[in-house]
Design a binder for this molecule. Structure first.
Ligand code: PXP
Length: 247
């Protein structure tokens, strides 16, 4: 396997800061272009149902102005499907969404809604979008994602990162083992494997080392770190750690 590990930079939280004051700045599209220059292989943006950070106009501009691929994260709703079909981003990542959650809490429950999701993603794939499903590192969910015709699964690294932050190292290592096994399992089915959520400089390397993983999507930590060292440097350091883990 497998070529360079790609870094998708999620710029949602530039929009969070903008929206905190209802101003026009900081501009997430400007951040996306800076991220491109700093070596991001793609830009990820999540248009939430409540538009708490990224807005419709941001997606429109990202789709028009980026030179790297746009990964559009969205819930499996008719409204989001119509927006995706209008802009036809390179990739669409289907995520679960609850209004009250602070961030995407868990992976998508694919196994219990296979029929609906199969019909939901078919027009997106027909339109040329690479469809990814954000799921927990769980065999049944991976098998279901494969059956519905997804091209990619993105494994949720949030639990692994939370255990690390809470210094629950046995649980963290067990979760990492699960991610490793499930990355290999998904790959064996022919799915492309991505991972993300909650990754930091401290947690990225063990995940980046899994040879089956082709892309990491990272946002909140990078945008926070940009306050201290600037966005380009924040991204360059993540890239360096990923490359080191992969070497
Ligand atoms: N991947 C997916 C599917 C996500 O929903 C998110 C959060 O929007 C991320 C990656 C990035 O997570 P974080 O912002 O914690 O790095």
């Amino acid at each position: 396997m497998t070529g360079k590990l790609r870094l998708g930079v999620n710029i949602d939280h530039v929009a969070t800061v903008r929206n905190a004051r209802g101003s026009a700045y900081p501009d997430p599209v400007r951040a996306a272009k800076l991220a491109e220059e700093a070596g991001a292989d793609g830009i990820t943006a999540h248009l939430r149902e409540d538009r708490r950070h990224i807005g419709d106009r941001d997606i429109e501009r990202l789709a028009e102005e980026l030179s790297v691929p746009l990964n559009f994260e969205m819930a499996a709703t008719d409204e989001m499907q119509a927006i995706a079909l209008k802009h036809k981003p390179h990739a669409v990542c289907i995520v679960p969404e609850k209004r009250q959650e602070v961030t995407t809490e868990g992976g998508l429950e694919v196994a219990k809604q296979e029929n609906r999701l199969a019909h939901f993603i078919a027009p997106l794939a027909d339109a040329g979008c690479r469809v990814s499903i954000f799921i927990a590192a769980d065999r049944a969910q991976i098998e279901a994602a494969n059956r519905i015709g997804a091209a990619v699964v993105e494994l949720h690294t949030g639990a692994y990162c939370d255990f690390h932050a809470e210094e629950k190292f046995d649980e963290r290592d067990a979760e990492l083992e699960r991610l490793r096994d499930m990355a290999a399992f998904a790959h064996s089915l022919g799915l492309e494997v991505h991972a993300g959520h909650g990754l930091t400089y401290d947690t990225v390397k063990p995940v980046a080392a899994f040879p089956e993983i082709m892309e990491l999507n990272i946002g909140h930590f990078l945008i926070g770190e940009a306050i201290f060292r600037g966005l380009p440097d924040s991204i360059t350091e993540m890239r360096r750690l990923m490359d080191e883990a992969r070497a």
